[in-house]
Design a protein around this ligand. Structure first.
Ligand code: ZN
Length: 341
């Protein structure tokens, strides 16, 4: 499309383009608008004893279609160039389409070219308008659609994050043995989401059965990524809260998120060990927390997943203070789905 000539004297005939791309070419030209050079030094032309030249004020009179070719020093009609393709030799009668108009002495020919309401020029003009409206219409529908689908997606994602938060706080396992749709127990995550769908109309309208197949935001991989996003946000908040210079430096030193997290888990365990003699009750609680997380969630749990769950479970208060929006943004910015939201 970039090699379309601005100068009407240099253009390829529309008929010489492949029929499949003609409308595309037409739209490109209509978007550019007619070629109307304003500051050109229009050359004088002899008409008998008089000299005349193209007057750029004529562009104001016929802003939608009048074109001027610097190369040929002639005028053309954009609409007729784009749509008056079936005239063949007859077009010779109308120089605005064929070789171009240059009889600057007979300006009244402009009006003759336009003609009556059903003139071939006006028919071409109507076709131009229809083509552009059609494009705009499609764009509007698409824009509206994509805007709505983005809102729907956010509602679904937010629902998944809510369910995951609940399971993490309670130290419950996520997945079931049989997650198929007719299973009597699809596992905690899907069952909880179903519960939410059953009791929340807004979520029901867009989630699970009412979600597009590829955007359900419920797959095991997505559960894992959301948990990871929650853990990373919690980890960052822990580091901010601690304000321990040494620890911050140590953690900042490592750009790798998983290393950062392993260090946090280590830190939490050291914190447990250090407080052991003083606060037996809270430590017992923490250890039993680890047992809960470890035992109930161990099935199919990798190290990363285990760390993620531990961090948010042990630092529940911090986790609770983190907004869904932060988790959603973090999740959405993961490499595999950048720019989807
Ligand atoms: Zn025309």
């Amino acid at each position: 499309m970039s090699d379309l000539h601005s100068d009407p004297g240099l253009r390829t005939r529309i008929l010489d383009y492949n029929p499949n791309i003609r409308d595309e070419i037409r739209r490109a030209y209509l978007q550019k608008g007619p070629c109307q050079p304003q500051n050109h030094d229009f050359p004088q032309k002899k008409f008998g004893k008089e000299s005349r030249r193209f007057n750029p004020a004529w562009f104001d009179e016929f802003p939608y279609w009048l074109e001027y070719s610097i190369k040929e020093d002639v005028a053309f009609c954009l609409c007729c160039y784009l749509f008056k393709t079936n005239l063949g030799e007859k077009a010779g009668g109308d120089s605005f389409v064929g070789t171009g108009f240059s009889n600057w002495k007979k300006k009244e020919r402009f009006q003759v070219h336009v003609g009556g309401p059903n003139s071939s020029h006006n028919q071409a003009l109507k076709k131009c308008q229809a083509l552009m409206n059609e494009k705009q219409h499609i764009e509007n529908v698409f824009h509206k659609h994509s805007h709505q689908s983005r809102i729907d997606y956010r509602i679904r994602l937010n629902a998944s994050v809510d369910c995951i938060r609940f399971l993490l706080r309670q130290g419950l396992a996520f997945r079931g043995h049989d997650e198929s749709e007719d299973s009597s127990n699809q596992g905690n995550f899907l069952e909880l989401l179903q519960f939410l769908v059953d009791h929340n109309e807004e979520v029901r309208a867009v989630a699970l059965k009412n979600a597009p197949e590829n955007l359900k935001v419920t797959s095991p991989k997505i559960q894992k990524d959301i948990v990871n996003a929650a853990a990373v946000e919690t980890t960052d908040a822990i580091i901010r809260d601690m304000g321990d210079a040494f620890f911050s430096i140590l953690v900042d030193e490592s750009r790798d998120v998983s290393v950062k997290e392993q260090m946090i888990v280590m830190f939490l365990l050291i914190k447990l060990a250090l407080t052991l003699p003083v606060a037996t009750a809270s430590v017992e609680r923490a250890f039993s927390a680890m047992n809960i997380v470890k035992n109930r969630m161990r099935n199919r749990m990798g190290d990363q997943w285990m760390n993620d769950c531990l961090v948010v479970y042990l630092e529940k208060d911090i986790f609770n203070s983190i907004d869904n929006e932060l988790i959603m943004q973090r999740f959405q910015n993961m490499k595999s789905r950048r720019g989807q939201l």
